[in-house]
Design a protein around this ligand. Structure first.
Ligand SMILES: NC(=O)c1ccc[n+]([C@@H]2O[C@H](COP(=O)([O-])OP(=O)(O)OC[C@H]3O[C@@H](n4cnc5c(N)ncnc54)[C@H](OP(=O)(O)O)[C@@H]3O)[C@@H](O)[C@H]2O)c1
Length: 249
């Protein structure tokens, strides 16, 4: 398989879950990848697993200096970029009455501001005909308990995608959104819930999903491969739900 032969892809949050699975499938398809994440050990381990086609960069996407460092690295190593996956994101599941300004900022700074400026800073380096993929969530369309702030932070990036799809039409840079449903990744363990609750949540989620199972990171990675490759060369401005039909239920 070499659907991305010789292409350069940047994947934020590429050390874990959906981002790591996407980095893996891109490398398998001939791409060179830059993965961006906060935890030094996790980024180093991911790069070791991905092999010599991968480079890691430690940084917080909420901090705009991170994006300057990413663009400097891409310019120096590769000169140009073909694919940008704004995947890094965080969530706090809580009732709106409990949301503190810090909870709100954590989600909007990483999910929304991090996506906007990550794309803005990469654009001068993107090849015409490139592909930008933004990781949203089905929570923007389906109301889920405790997801108001998270859904708002992701809804904004869906609006960015529609605007950018037209702003970038002269350069034939395609901009699309992927919206996962509940997907089995380490994100669940980061919610601060007691470990024994996790299987319950997984069972509940699977029960709600028409296909009867949670998504796997690879389900999203294969959709991210489609949106990155020339198989989707006439697709821009779409929001692709990868959710086993949950949005419909
Ligand atoms: N899993 C789901 O059910 C689900 C559903 C809908 C949408 N999504 C979205 O899918 C994307 C990937 O999530 P996942 O499930 O794969 O979770 P994950 O395994 O926890 O991965 C999240 C990745 O984002 C990185 N990240 C988070 N905040 C960051 C920040 N401020 N700066 C830099 N990196 C940051 C994490 O880095 P560290 O490991 O260093 O923290 C990690 O690499 C997220 O945008 C999430 O909102 C997930």
């Amino acid at each position: 398989m070499s659907r991305l032969s010789g292409q350069v892809a940047i994947i934020t949050g590429g050390n874990s879950g959906i981002g790591f699975a996407t980095a893996q499938i891109y490398v398998e398809n001939g791409a060179r990848v830059v993965i961006v994440g906060r935890r030094e050990d996790a980024v180093a381990e991911a790069v070791a697993r991905l092999g010599s086609s991968a480079v890691g960069l430690i940084g917080n996407v909420a901090d705009l200096a991170t994006h300057d460092r990413v663009t400097a690295l891409v310019a120096e190593r590769f000169g140009r970029a073909d694919i940008y996956v704004a995947n890094a994101g965080g969530i706090r599941i809580q009732s709106s009455v409990d949301v503190t300004p810090a909870d709100f900022d954590m989600q909007f700074l990483a999910n929304t501001r991090g996506t906007f400026f990550g794309v803005q800073k990469m654009l001068p380096l993107m090849n015409d005909g490139g592909s930008i993929i933004l990781m949203s969530s089905i929570a923007t369309h389906k109301v889920l308990d405790g997801h108001a702030v998270y859904a708002g932070s992701k809804a904004a990036i869906e609006a960015f995608a529609r605007n950018w799809a037209l702003e970038l039409k002269e350069r034939c840079i395609r901009v699309n959104v992927l919206s996962p449903g509940p997907t089995d990744t380490p994100i669940l363990g980061k919610l601060g819930l007691p470990a024994e609750i996790a299987p319950q949540i997984e069972e509940q989620s699977a029960g709600m999903i028409p296909f009867g199972r949670m998504g796997q990171a690879d389900d999203l990675a294969r959709a991210a491969l489609f949106l990155a490759s020339s198989d989707s060369s006439f697709v821009t401005g779409v929001n692709l739900a990868v959710d086993g039909g949950l949005t419909l239920a």
